[in-house]
Design a protein. Structure first.
Length: 206
């Protein structure tokens, strides 16, 4: 069984996926962490993020491993853990450029499709491009202001700056963010995290 949870930036995908996965006793997979890892490695190596050839060459000699644990995904490059460095403002700023390269998308998709079922997969295109055959699909939204207010608790920046950056990233990600035709769309703005998780669990168990 595969459950997909897609949505715009900071809509609650990873928190909700973690809660749903723990309740079901299965792992969840955060696809965005792989795009973030490719971005971090590119930045650290001083590469041009607009050059997919250079990025892919670097990734082939610096393999990245996603550990899809139910209590929180972790990402490794050899024995260096990248997880805590993946949510910085500089990675936020560069990641959409990296994710726009079809070669990078194929690098991520190959890793995701190699994972053994069952799992919850979260990202932008899990229910559309990567796992169109998934049994249960959800798509999370919320206004940019609410998402910025939530994310402000995790970033040092001001709410208006975070909101502008989220809107910019949604625009850059527009090619890969659309709900699957068979996804249930949830506006999480007026909902608590627990309400979102409970709504999804009820639909999956029905
Ligand atoms: N329904 C909700 N109500 C309140 N806060 C939420 C809700 N969903 C997520 N959050 C909080 O918003 C922040 C962003 O959520 P996160 O799961 O990281 O989103 P995403 O994976 O889509 O970027 C986190 O601090 C999370 O705890
Ligand atoms: N399935 C996915 C997941 C992420 N991404 C890219 O990776 C970035 C980071 O994704 P994320 O899910 O970690 O970001 P947040 O929504 O948590 O802020 C997105 O802004 C997209 O550019 C993507 O293109 N496709």
């Amino acid at each position: 069984m595969i459950v997909t949870i897609d949505g715009v930036a900071a809509s609650g995908k990873s928190s909700v996926s973690g809660g749903v996965a723990r309740a079901l006793g299965i792992p969840y997979v955060s696809s965005g962490l792989l795009y973030r890892a490719a971005t971090l490695l590119g930045l650290d190596a001083g590469l041009d993020l607009g050059d997919p050839g250079a990025l892919l060459a670097h990734l082939s000699t610096h393999p990245v491993r996603l550990e899809p644990l139910a209590e929180g995904n972790r990402v490794w490059q050899a024995d260096r853990e990248l997880t805590d460095d993946l949510h910085s403002t500089r990675v936020d700023k560069g990641v959409s450029v990296v994710a726009a390269h079809p070669q990078v998308r194929a690098w991520v998709d190959d890793q995701l499709r190699a994972l053994p079922e069952p799992f919850v997969a979260e990202g932008r295109d899990m229910g559309t491009a990567v796992f169109p055959h998934a049994q249960h699909k959800f798509y999370l939204t919320a206004s940019a202001r609410i998402r910025a207010q939530r994310r402000a608790k995790e970033r040092p920046d001001d709410i208006p700056d975070i909101e502008a950056a989220l809107i910019r990233r949604d625009e850059l990600d527009a090619n890969q963010i659309a709900p699957a035709a068979d996804a249930q769309v949830l506006d999480t703005g007026p909902m608590t995290l627990d309400e979102v998780i409970t709504t999804i669990l009820r639909a999956v168990r029905a």
